[in-house]
Design a protein around this ligand. Structure first.
Ligand code: ADP
Ligand code: MG
Length: 322
């Protein structure tokens, strides 16, 4: 298979659309956005962002999921994406599986693959995703104000625990292990939640580097502080079991790859947020509040928890990833 066969067979899967009249097959794609766009790009590298032995369908899913999560954190609606793929070989089984994982997630959120680049080298996947900013404007990190509540979607720490399980460093009941591994390998981006919360949130970020680190980004950008109640944080039955068995509370606070949304909103929005949560069947937990000063305090049993580090940093020597 040559480069063009690969593109035709595995990546021309999005139906043509009126607002992307030129896509795969020309020198550049043409889109008609009719409004402000949110644009994001993320690279996934084998051995850094996913284990070398990950299923190709999961790699395809995750490469798009992390970008959709960034769009969600702005409250944007996914529209188009491009794919720059570096492959060690043209393996049809690998490509078919990768393409199926990618396509399934793309179709779920109506985002169209409109172009890319295909080269040979060590496995690396770069996706650029483009979305429409929400009508009332994108939700930035800088909008949190003292008195706002802090909320989190879904649950925290499952992927970090999944990574421990994957490495053989943690054991749980098989069904709990499955839940964590699923969250690690195939996270579900909170696209619909991001759109629905955009008119309600004062600030928003997706949780990719760890809850403490990502909330920290919101606090710095907004010039505010926060008090978080550890007991109010949303943990799955897997993380709860692991904590009950003596696991360290820092793991779900600093482990990365959750892809949940952390957002702030004034208390007057509580009822509307509960309605969104119910309509999406997605739990949204109120975990703390924004304060004028004092830094980030995570209170457990009346005392602030001391974290050695807030989250993942690629350029720190002990960065924890697969
Ligand atoms: P060019 O030489 O003009 O850069 P390429 O040969 O790289 O064009 O790509 C040919 C066409 O296929 C372009 O429209 C490009 O956007 C598209 N394309 C290449 N690789 C991919 C890919 N992995 N996924 C989707 N589209 C791709
Ligand atoms: Mg090219």
């Amino acid at each position: 298979m040559n480069e063009f066969d690969i593109i035709e067979r595995y990546f021309r899967f999005s139906p043509p659309s009126a607002n992307a009249p030129v896509s795969i097959g020309d020198d550049a794609a043409i889109v008609d956005s009719r409004g402000p766009l949110a644009i994001t790009v993320d690279t996934l590298t084998a051995g850094v962002h996913f284990p070398e032995d990950a299923r190709p369908a999961d790699i395809g899913h995750k490469a798009l999921a992390v970008n959709l999560s960034d769009l969600a954190a702005m409250g944007a609606t996914p529209r188009w994406f491009t794919l720059a793929l570096t492959l060690p070989a043209s393996d049809p089984d690998w490509l078919a599986d990768f393409s199926s994982g990618l396509k399934a997630l793309a179709n779920r959120y109506g985002i169209r693959l409109i172009g890319g680049d295909t080269t040979r080298g060590p496995l690396s996947i770069t996706i650029q995703a483009i979305g429409s900013a929400p009508p009332g404007g994108a939700v930035l990190r800088a909008g949190a104000r003292p008195g706002d509540d802090i909320h989190v979607t879904g649950s925290l720490g499952d992927a970090a625990l999944g990574l421990r399980i994957h490495r053989g460093e943690a054991r749980l009941d098989p069904n709990l292990e499955r839940l964590c591994l699923e969250r690690l390998h195939a996270p579900e981006p909170r696209v619909r939640a991001g759109e629905a919360l955009a008119p309600l949130a004062s600030a928003m970020i997706d949780c990719s580097d760890g809850f403490a680190a990502d909330l920290g980004h919101v606090l710095s950008a907004s010039g505010v502080s926060a008090v978080v109640d550890f007991a109010a944080l949303p943990f799955s039955s897997a993380v709860r079991r692991w904590l009950d068995d003596g696991g360290e509370p820092a793991l779900p606070l600093t482990g990365g790859d959750d892809y949940e949304l952390i957002f702030t909103a004034p208390p007057s929005a509580r009822e509307a947020i509960a309605t969104v949560a119910e309509s999406l069947s997605l739990p949204v937990s109120r975990v703390g509040r924004i304060t004028p000063e004092g830094g980030l305090k995570i209170m457990a049993d009346g005392r602030p928890l001391v974290l050695q580090q807030r989250g993942h940093d690629h350029f720190r020597a002990d960065g924890e990833r697969p």
